[in-house]
Design a protein around this ligand. Sequence first.
Ligand SMILES: [Zn+2]
Length: 291
Amino acid sequence: MPLVNPLKFIKKAQEKGVAIAAFNVHNLETIQAVVEAAAEERAPVIVQTTPGTLKHAGIEYISACVKVAAELYDIPIALHVDHCPSYKTIVQCIRNGYTSVMIDGSELPYEENVALVKKVVELAHSVGVAVEGELGRIGGAEDGITVEEREATFTVPEEAKAFVDATGVDTLAVAIGTAHGVYKWEPKLDFKRLSDIRKLVDVPLVLHGASGVDDDSIKRAIAGGICKINIATELKIPMAKTIQEVFRVKPEENDPRNYMGAAKEAVKEVVRRKIRLCGCNGLADELEGYR
Ligand SMILES: [Zn+2]
């Protein structure tokens, strides 16, 4: 089937109290790993790329691969651009068949952020594409930041409501204690804040930086209203480790089908585990057109 707007299945997940797993991909093998595991688990899935990946792989290559994947499998697959700061890149993504976009204006002053997101929402909605916004700052897992400094960047519930009302975003990424990359501290999620945001905001909420957060906290976050979970670093690590291991055992290995094939299988296992953790396995069978 063609790529789909993910909002319908994200809302289905919200209704059921589960979450959709969204995976950052970088090349053919990671795309295959994600869609194969999702198809085996009968899970609707979001395949996503950062603007950096578009630069690395080429937007035409990436979008073509994911479109082919959607045609090959009988599950709903969406293609999403993650943390895109540029209106121009959003337009390029939509022209290349992306069905969902995240506009990240979090570096901008509030009013400018709202204006940019509003402009993206108008464009995206006119062509049936979903929009994820972010309020608060989900930073990197860098060293040397105090808890107070981190908390200062967390999403303020009242501001989240005002932001969603002002922009019309379909989903909202919230900063409640996670960070991107590999944690140098034990991540602690602010569940009270999540519940306060949930009370004020109806749109499905998104959790970024979930790699390294323990399974119980993920489950609690889903129960507290998180409907989409982004997974990036947790796919990169098994991929790199598997390739390292291949070369450790056989330093003269030179066939990419061997080391990339092994890496793909390792990534697939993590994808499968994350889908089950999110509780969206089998959800495709509950969606019209996929039963
Ligand atoms: Zn993120």
